[in-house]
Design a protein around this ligand. Structure first.
Ligand code: GSH
Length: 229
């Protein structure tokens, strides 16, 4: 096999997959995309990611790399053009910190808003708000103050990590019937997200409007029905 051949195992609605697609696009790396059916995982997926059995998986030649944030750093270290990680160790540490925050705090809180109903959902909305407020404060007064993107003038790893999950916010708002990203409450986060979504490469990897919405409606219905069984 051509050692430089790049293959991505992904799923169309997976924001973790979108992260990798976006990073490869920003780097101008050609790759073959393989859509996985997560209800019937391929032998290749199970072979490449026996621990988590999840997408995305990046195959660089015969070498599999798994876990989206690990893949993003692998991509940045392998293809040096258009860096997505900063140079300095401190700045890199800050980016890794907020990236973990996005995956461990913000993402799960927003997921709970989508999954839950009634009082439980109200508590989840409070959690999501608190986490969004932390990011808003960071953009206003913190390390990323006065930057267009978290990465500076261009999209960096943290923009990819937060941004690729964030268009789900609009979808979840519509499906779960709650407003999360109000421009008056989170002006900086709101305008950052709009700017991110307006980027050509982001538009190219984001599934079209109704497809995500219909998918999310079906998912929500399934979760809510399952709870009332
Ligand atoms: N921490 C993982 C999360 C990946 C993940 O949750 N992938 C989902 C799709 S969005 C998946 O493959 N789910 C299949 C399963 O859980 O069986 C990453 O960052 O790559």
């Amino acid at each position: 096999m051509d050692p430089a051949r790049v293959k991505l195992l992904g799923m169309w609605a997976s924001s973790y997959t979108h992260r990798v697609q976006l990073a490869l696009k920003l780097k101008g790396v050609d790759f073959e995309y393989v859509e996985e059916d997560l209800t019937n995982k391929s032998p290749l997926l199970l072979l490449c990611n026996p621990v988590h059995k999840k997408v995305p998986v990046l195959l660089h030649g015969n070498e599999p790399v798994v876990e989206s944030t690990v893949i993003l750093e692998y991509i940045d270290e392998t293809w040096k053009e258009n860096p997505i990680m900063p140079d300095g160790p401190y700045e890199r540490a800050v980016v890794r910190f907020w990236s973990r925050f996005a995956d461990e705090k913000l993402g799960p809180a927003v997921g709970d808003v989508f999954r839950l109903t009634g009082e439980e959902q109200k508590a989840a909305v409070d959690q999501a708000f608190n986490n969004l407020k932390l990011l808003e404060d960071e953009l206003r007064d913190g390390f990323f103050k006065e930057r267009r993107f978290f990465g500076g003038d261009g999209i960096g790893l943290l923009d990819i990590v937060i941004g690729c999950g964030s268009y789900w916010l609009w979808v979840f708002e519509e499906v779960a019937g709650v407003k999360l990203v109000d421009p008056s409450t989170f002006p900086r986060f709101h305008s950052w997200l709009q700017d991110f979504e307006d980027q050509k490469e982001v538009k190219e990897i984001t599934p079209g409007g109704n497809r995500l919405l219909e998918y999310a409606k079906g998912l929500r219905q399934m979760i809510v029905n399952h709870k009332s069984d």
